[in-house]
Design a protein around this ligand. Structure first.
Ligand SMILES: *Cc1c(COP(=O)(O)O)cnc(C)c1O
Length: 401
C-alpha cells in the first residue's frame, strides 16, 4: 500500500527534477474534496486549529469549504485576517492570553474566547467592559479521574490547559457582566483512531460537564470537544470513518441537550494532504545496520523526534529491487535527528528522493529550522492540477545576524 497516488508521484517527480533541496507539497485538490465531506453535515460546527498548518493557501481552502478558525496567538490571528477572513469567525484558545494579547484580539474584532483560568475570565471581562461590548465565552475544563476508578481518558497527567471542575466551581459568573458564558470546552487527547474509544471518552465527560455548568449557573448551550481525531502514520493502521464519527457526535449532542456542538480540527483536516520530499545524500553500513543520510531532518520535520512516531516514507523512484531496512537520519549533528526506520529498495543512491507522507499537519512550523544553518524548505501547493510555489527555499543568510 502506498500513501502516494500516481498523479501525486508524477507531480513530485517533476518538482524533484528542478531542485536538489527538500520541499513540502500540499495537495489542495485532495484537501478541498476531504473538507467538503467534513462540512456536509449539520451535527458539528467545525473550526480549523491553525497551528496544524498556518500556510495562507491552506487557510484559504478551509475558508472556502466552510470552516471557521481557532487561533492561539496574535501571529495566527493576523495570518487568518490577512486571508480576508472576518474576525467574527475566529475563536481564541490557548493557555497564555496576556492582557496585551486580549486587547489586540478585541481591537481586531474577535468576540469568541475559550477562557482557561480565572485571570483570563477577569481580563476578558475587563477588556470587554472597556470596549463596551459582550464576549462569548467557553470555559476550558480539564477532567481527571481518581486512579482507582476506570480512567476513560487513559493518561490524565496534569496540563496547563483549562482548569479542573473544582477549580472552576468557585467562579461567580455574576461578577463578569461583559461575558456571555455560553458553554464548555474540553480537549485532552491526541491522534485517536478509534470511534468507539472517542465515543466512550465523550460520553464519560457529559455528567461532570453538565454538573459544572449547573453549579456555575449557566445553560450548556455550546459544547466544544476540541480536536484529537487521528490519521494513520503507517500502512497497517486503522482509519476513522467520518460518518461513524458524525453519528457518535449526534448521540453526544442529543444526550447533552446542547444547541451547538463544536470541534477544532487540525491533523484530521489537513494532515493527509501534505508531502515532504527529501533528497538522499548517501547510504552506508555501520555495525551491521543500513544507514541512509538525507538532506533534510528535524530542522524541517521535527515531529518524529518529539513523538517518537515516524511519518511514513517511500522511495520516489518505482523499482522492483529487493528491499532492506534502513535507519534514516537527517543532516543535523545530533543523534536526535532520526526520521525513522523504513523498508526501502537496496539500491538507493544519491540520485534518489524519499517522500514522506501525512505531513500536512505538524510539519514545517512545528520544526527547528535554524539549528545548523541549513536551508529552509520551500512550500508548494497543487490546485486544479497546477503547481505554485507559495514560499521559496531560503539559505541561512536569510535569518543569520
Ligand atoms: C491543537 C489543538 C487542536 C487541534 O488538534 P488536532 O489533534 O490536530 O485535531 C484543537 N483544539 C485546540 C485547543 C488545540 O490546541
Amino acid at each position: 500500500m502506498s500513501f502516494l497516488s500516481t498523479p501525486q508521484r508524477q507531480l513530485l517527480a517533476e518538482l524533484c527534477q528542478q531542485t536538489d533541496l527538500p520541499f513540502y507539497l500540499y495537495d489542495l485538490d485532495k484537501l478541498e474534496a476531504h473538507l467538503t465531506q467534513l462540512t456536509s453535515q449539520n451535527v458539528v460546527k467545525l473550526w480549523y486549529a491553525v497551528k496544524a498548518n498556518p500556510l495562507s493557501a491552506i487557510i484559504q481552502t478551509l475558508d472556502k469549504c466552510g470552516f471557521d478558525f481557532d487561533v492561539a496567538s496574535s501571529g495566527e490571528l493576523n495570518q487568518v485576517l490577512a486571508q480576508g477572513i472576518d474576525a467574527k469567525r475566529v475563536l481564541n484558545t490557548g493557555p497564555a492570553k496576556s492582557k496585551k494579547q486580549i486587547r489586540h484580539f478585541l481591537d481586531k474584532g474577535v468576540r469568541t474566547f475559550v477562557a482557561e483560568s480565572h485571570n483570563q475570565v477577569a481580563w476578558l471581562n475587563q477588556a470587554a467592559s472597556e470596549h463596551n461590548l459582550t464576549l462569548r465565552i467557553l470555559l476550558r475544563v480539564q477532567l481527571r479521574w481518581p486512579d482507582s476508578e476506570k480512567n476513560p481518558l487513559g493518561g490524565d497527567s496534569l496540563t496547563p490547559f483549562g482548569l479542573g471542575c473544582d477549580d472552576w466551581a468557585t467562579l461567580s459568573i455574576a461578577d463578569y457582566p461583559a461575558l456571555d458564558f455560553a458553554g464548555l470546552h474540553i480537549f485532552q487527547w491526541g491522534n485517536m483512531l478509534s470511534t468507539p474509544k472517542l465515543a466512550e471518552l465523550w460520553r464519560a465527560m457529559i455528567a461532570p460537564l453538565q454538573s459544572l455548568s449547573k453549579q456555575l449557573g449557566f445553560d450548556l448551550r455550546i459544547l466544544d470537544l476540541g480536536g484529537g481525531l487521528g490519521i494513520p502514520y503507517c500502512a497497517s493502521s486503522t482509519e476513522l470513518v467520518w460518518q461513524e464519527l458524525v453519528d457518535a457526535l449526534a448521540t453526544i449532542k442529543h444526550a447533552v441537550g446542547c444547541e451547538e456542538l463544536w470541534m477544532e480540527l487540525g491533523r484530521y483536516a489537513v494532515g493527509e494532504v501534505g508531502f515532504y520530499a527529501n533528497p538522499v545524500v548517501e547510504q552506508k553500513q555501520n555495525y551491521g545496520a543500513n544507514q541512509l543520510i538525507v538532506a533534510g531532518g528535524i530542522n524541517h520535520i521535527l515531529r518524529p523526534a518529539v513523538t517518537n512516531q515516524a511519518f511514513p516514507a517511500e522511495l520516489l523512484r518505482e523499482t522492483d529491487s529487493k528491499t532492506k531496512p534502513y535507519l534514516v537520519h537527517g543532516p543535523l549533528c545530533t543523534a536526535l535527528d532520526s526520521l525513522g526506520q523504513f523498508e526501502l529498495a537496496n539500491d538507493i543512491n544519491d540520485t534518489d528522493w524519499l517522500i514522506f507522507a501525512q505531513c500536512g499537519a505538524y510539519g514545517f512550523t512545528e520544526s527547528m529550522p535554524y539549528f545548523l544553518c541549513h536551508e529552509l524548505p520551500a512550500e508548494f501547493v497543487v490546485k486544479n492540477g497546477v503547481v505554485t510555489c507559495v514560499r521559496q527555499s531560503e539559505s541561512a543568510d536569510y535569518y543569520l545576524r
